[in-house]
Design a protein around this ligand. Sequence first.
Ligand SMILES: C[S@@+](CC[C@H](N)C(=O)[O-])C[C@H]1O[C@@H](n2cnc3c(N)ncnc32)[C@H](O)[C@@H]1O
Length: 214
Amino acid sequence: MIATPTMQDWHAHYDGGRDFRPLTDTERRVLSEHLALPEEAQDARALEVACGTGGLARFLAEVGYRVDAVDWARSAIERATATVSDRIAYHLLDVTIGDVAALAPEGGYRLITMRRALAHLPDRTRVVAALAALLAPEGVLCVITPHADRHRAELRGICLDDTEIGLLREGWRHTERFEAGDCTVLLLRGPGPVPSRPPRSAPDASGHVDPSNR
Ligand SMILES: C[S@@+](CC[C@H](N)C(=O)[O-])C[C@H]1O[C@@H](n2cnc3c(N)ncnc32)[C@H](O)[C@@H]1O
């Protein structure tokens, strides 16, 4: 099992010229099909969390978004900003403690993305809830995660498995799941309590069972 990398580890990784697998054709296809902006919505705002050297941020800019992209590794942000784009603003920020909300536009983000990063974050439930609060009402949280079944056991720490993916989908009104090579792509819409059927009624103290609740 790999120890959780620190901010310095990530900085050293990028500073040494290394990177991660670029966006694959399958990821591009899924994202284009489901998240590309229609003509009338061009310039809608997106937040790319843990952006690394900015590959996904650049893709989102290409398909019409204006993008805030954040990462806590200084060398990643330096490499990302080497490709100048007037549609992307990069920010050096720890998403677990930094004020991501301060970046959010009025009305919220139409899209928030996080690729190959969620499994690395401590307290991911709290981070996801904080990001959900920054979505516009019609907004989408897109999580792209390495899947545990498609990686060696030593890489379990960078992956989510089906149980963890199931838990992540809970609490969202509309969720979609796609497979893209070694990753799973989740599109999550409508955060908030999902109305669930009340449990079947037990008899009350007098032995009465409410017939509307069977
Ligand atoms: C495996 S890399 C993926 C980078 C990029 N999303 C990609 O797909 O190439 C994980 C990224 O998460 C960033 N990261 C990890 N913890 C973070 C945190 N607390 N705040 C911001 N970024 C973080 C790292 O610096 C690194 O760039």
